[in-house]
Design a protein around this ligand. Structure first.
Ligand SMILES: Cc1cc2nc3c(=O)[nH]c(=O)nc-3n(C[C@H](O)[C@H](O)[C@H](O)COP(=O)(O)OP(=O)(O)OC[C@H]3O[C@@H](n4cnc5c(N)ncnc54)[C@H](O)[C@@H]3O)c2cc1C
Length: 466
């Protein structure tokens, strides 16, 4: 039986980064992946496909030009599901190729098959043809990610009633879609389909969405969705889902309201992909959502030689944070020096429009009793915004009145997920309002919104004695 310093189960962002980090330390590492190709949910059904779809939709619909040419403007009439898929496959192939090359270059061993624990230091890997191999290791990293939550009351059929993995394989563009679940995934797909002029209904049992974001941002975003004609059914519990025939689905809500649509996307949660790992054999337990508990600083589980990272350990369940978790976990597992991640990481939501945020929300700051002031800029106040024909988009910064430090930065609009990194750098380097007021920004850029928002706050803040 072959023995390794580290065995990584899963080749998504967490597993991939952990394996490469281990190889860079000169250790002998094996990655086990049950999918057809390496990359994980991130490359095959999650991050990259949904972002590619978004970009394709924005390009083919001419979304970014509609500020100038009107809502009926389209770069391509009659956009088909095939048009959307074509670019998807090209992007995914590039991603996988880069990853395979990275593994080869760093001498990371890979094996294709389904891993499960035989005992605490041995795994069995079952290949496609049913052959079983055994491997042992000193240390393990579980990075198996999640699967869509598929409750029994939803009549999934892979054609009209779909989960968020299946939505990418739509054979035809629907005229209407009902999205159940206004979490990040649901909101992203709802707004992407709406940009294609598909009629969208977004159903959410709670009375609000994206509660972890600054609420001023959510209010702006919600207004934009409504303005585009997306029907928001909040505080609406699903009672029954029926498929009446091809492209004819019905959702009955508690209270009697009914939603009819060609297609239903069920995007209400994901479950840790742990059931088939045979965790009993290594002494690990999972919670009700199949997730593992770890030490948040080291990613060590309560079985000392087994670590876990990525979506399988729960919040924030992002590819970006999973990569860092995997890398840090590998350092701790192999007894190498690891630096703790900074307190604040950015959160990106690739809806149309984009949302991105870093640091504390206004609600959190109030709760902590920190005296603060906010500054807001609208993208239409920037010259770049005029050039791009933007009539929406806002950037909000929150500063401490006492220290003048940036506490939070919240953006909705074009380029938000890129722009946020300026705020992130200033925040994590403990910068103050003065950074934005005193520095020159390229002109014309959307980044100028930082200066405008800072000046807006400066107007109401006590002025510095110099
Ligand atoms: C629709 C969607 C959009 C998203 N958009 C974004 C985004 O814009 N930005 C962002 O940062 N994040 C985004 N995410 C989240 C991101 O995809 C995840 O956070 C990330 O993929 C988690 O990485 P991971 O390494 O934990 O696991 P995954 O990427 O889930 O990979 C786990 C791998 O483990 C393999 N595996 C599972 N069980 C076994 C086993 N027993 N044996 C062998 N292999 C196994 C699986 O086949 C899979 O390849 C999105 C997710 C979804 C679903």
């Amino acid at each position: 039986m072959e023995h390794f310093d580290l065995i990584v189960i899963g080749s998504g962002p967490a597993g991939r980064r952990a394996a490469i980090q281990a190889a860079k330390f000169g250790r002998n590492v094996l990655v086990v992946e049950k999918g057809r190709r390496v990359g994980g949910v991130s490359v095959h059904t999650g991050t990259i496909p949904s972002k590619t779809l978004r970009e394709t939709v924005l390009n083919l619909t001419g979304w970014r030009e509609r500020g100038f040419y009107g809502r009926s403007y389209r770069v391509k009439e009659d956009i088909s599901a095939g048009d959307l898929r074509a670019r998807l496959h090209m992007t995914l192939n590039h991603e996988v190729e880069v990853l395979e090359h990275q593994f080869a270059r760093n001498k990371v061993h890979t094996v294709s098959g389904h891993a499960r624990f035989a005992d605490a230091t041995t795994i069995e890997v079952e290949g496609d043809a049913g052959e079983v191999m055994q491997f042992s290791a000193d240390k393990f990293l579980i990075a198996v990610g999640t699967k869509p939550f598929r409750p029994d009351y939803v009549p999934f059929d892979g054609e009209y009633v779909l989960d968020s993995d299946e939505i990418l394989e739509l054979s035809e563009l629907p005229r209407s879609i009902a999205v159940i679940g206004a979490g990040v995934i649901g909101v992203e797909y709802a707004s992407i389909f709406s940009a294609l002029d598909v009629h969208v209904t977004l159903v959410e049992p709670r009375n609000s969405m994206l509660d972890f974001l600054d609420q001023e941002l959510v209010a702006d975003f919600t207004h934009q969705l409504r303005d585009r004609g997306i029907a928001l059914r909040f505080g609406a519990k699903v009672e029954k889902i029926t498929k009446n025939g091809p492209a004819d689905c019905e959702i009955r809500l508690e209270g009697g309201r009914c939603i009819r649509s060609n297609v239903i996307l069920f995007a209400a949660g994901r479950m840790g992909a742990t059931p088939s790992l045979n965790l009993d054999a290594c002494g690990l337990e999972v919670d009700h959502r199949g997730r593992l508990k770890v030490d948040p600083m080291t990613f060590q589980t309560n079985v000392p030689h087994i670590f876990a990272a990525g979506d399988v350990i729960g919040f924030p369940s992002l590819a970006s944070t999973s990569m860092e978790q995997g890398r840090i976990a590998a350092c701790h597992a192999l007894g190498e020096k690891a630096y703790d991640p900074p307190e604040y990481f950015p959160y990106g939501i690739y809806a149309v429009p984009e949302i991105s945020t870093v640091g504390m929300t206004e609600e959190e700051i109030k709760e902590r009793g920190i005296p603060y002031e906010c500054g807001v800029a609208r993208f239409r106040e920037t010259s770049r915004g005029h050039i791009m024909g933007l009539d929406t988009g806002m950037l909000k910064m929150i500063f401490s009145l006492k220290t003048r430090r940036l506490l939070g930065c919240h953006i909705v609009g074009e380029g938000a997920t890129e722009l946020v990194h300026i705020g992130q750098a200033v925040l994590n380097l403990k910068g103050t309002l003065e950074y934005f007021v005193e520095n020159t920004f390229n002109y014309p850029t959307l980044a100028e919104a930082y200066k405008i928002a800072a000046l807006d706050a400066w107007n109401r803040m006590p002025h510095l004695e110099r």
